[in-house]
Design a protein around this ligand. Structure first.
Ligand code: NAD
Length: 296
């Protein structure tokens, strides 16, 4: 049993912390939202009154926060946790953030003699709940071997893609593809429905044809097609539109820095920005279909 601090218990972090507790670890949790802490405690974790309290004596520290500024603030801010983390602890940040931020925090950790991995995830809330996430890891290979048992308690696939920050680059590549695929899948289903097709029959056909993707099979953007998809519960409880918008912004930034043309990625970033402006920023990103089918 390892003492683990888990900070950030949102749509993803909550079920991830629950899976670590279920695997028998001593998980001390903190979030700014009390209800999120209560849910983790009900799943077997121990409540901490602050991030500092959570990391006291922790052998492993895991964070799952929205964006770069939250991660930099948590570790390096005025009241940051980095100085309080015990000698020899392993740090794992699973948030999706800018590669430069991941490197900055990892370098500060290294200056304190602490190993840190960026380990963003893919698999959505369903994967976090089922413990089948894919971890996309940047950092030292020896640190990854230390982290592997904990990652395996929360996920099924672990990819080592390079040094610190590389996990974030790979995650942004994946999410740029996902953002484009979700938007065009919504367009395709809207086109079918406008021409008299049943969205479920169309999606079932696409799911076994060449238009197949996670967006047709698991997180279908059309309400009622997949019972467990956010679209069917009013686009709630999935991967927020504004988180996808953040990821596409990071992808476009990385593209500009490396001189890479990403015309579809830039277009997709604008679509999710429009969806946010339309008032859907807090909804699941599959609500982007509403830009072309307002009644979906
Ligand atoms: P979320 O907004 O549901 O949860 C974030 C949590 O962090 C919230 O509960 C918030 O209160 C908490 N928080 C923020 N600042 C904090 C602080 N300083 N101390 C403690 N708690 C703090 O977000 P999410 O959907 O769980 O996503 C988390 C990260 O994972 C994001 O970077 C996102 O891009 C990424 N991600 C999300 C999904 C998904 O399907 N939701 C999938 C893959 C990756």
């Amino acid at each position: 049993m390892t003492r683990i601090a888990f900070i950030g218990l949102g749509n993803m972090g909550g079920p991830m912390a629950a899976n670590l507790a279920r695997a028998g670890h001593d998980v001390h949790v903190f979030d700014l939202v009390q209800a999120a802490i209560d849910a983790a405690v009900a799943a077997g974790a121990t409540a901490a009154g602050s991030a500092h309290e959570a990391v006291a004596d922790a052998e492993v520290v895991i964070s799952m926060l929205p964006a770069s500024r939250h991660v930099e603030g948590l570790y390096l801010g005025d009241d940051g946790i980095l100085p309080r983390i015990a000698e020899g602890a392993l740090l794992i940040d699973s948030s999706t953030i800018a590669p430069a931020s991941a490197r900055k925090v990892a370098e500060a950790a290294a200056a304190r003699g602490l190993a840190m991995l960026d380990a963003p995830v893919s698999g959505g809330v369903a994967g976090a709940t089922a413990g089948t996430l894919t971890f996309i890891v940047g950092g030292d290979a020896a640190a990854l071997e230390r982290a592997r048992p904990y990652l395996q308690a929360m996920g099924r696939n672990v990819f080592h893609v390079g040094g610190n920050g590389a996990g974030q680059v790979a995650k942004l590549c994946n999410n740029m593809a996902l953002g484009v695929i979700m938007a065009v899948t919504g367009e395709a289903i809207a086109l079918g429905v406008a021409n008299g097709l049943d969205p479920k029959v169309l999606s079932d056909m696409m799911a076994v044809s060449t238009g197949r993707s996670w967006a047709t099979e698991v997180c279908n953007p059309w309400p009622g097609v997949i019972e467990t998809a956010p679209a069917t519960r009013g686009y709630t409880g999935g991967f927020g539109n504004d988180l996808m918008l953040k990821d596409l912004g990071l992808a476009v930034e990385a593209a500009m820095q490396s001189g890479t043309p990403v015309p579809l990625g830039e277009l997709a970033r604008n679509l999710y920005a429009m969806n946010s402006k339309a008032g859907n920023g807090g909804l699941d990103f599959s609500s982007v279909v509403r830009l072309v089918a307002p009644k979906a």
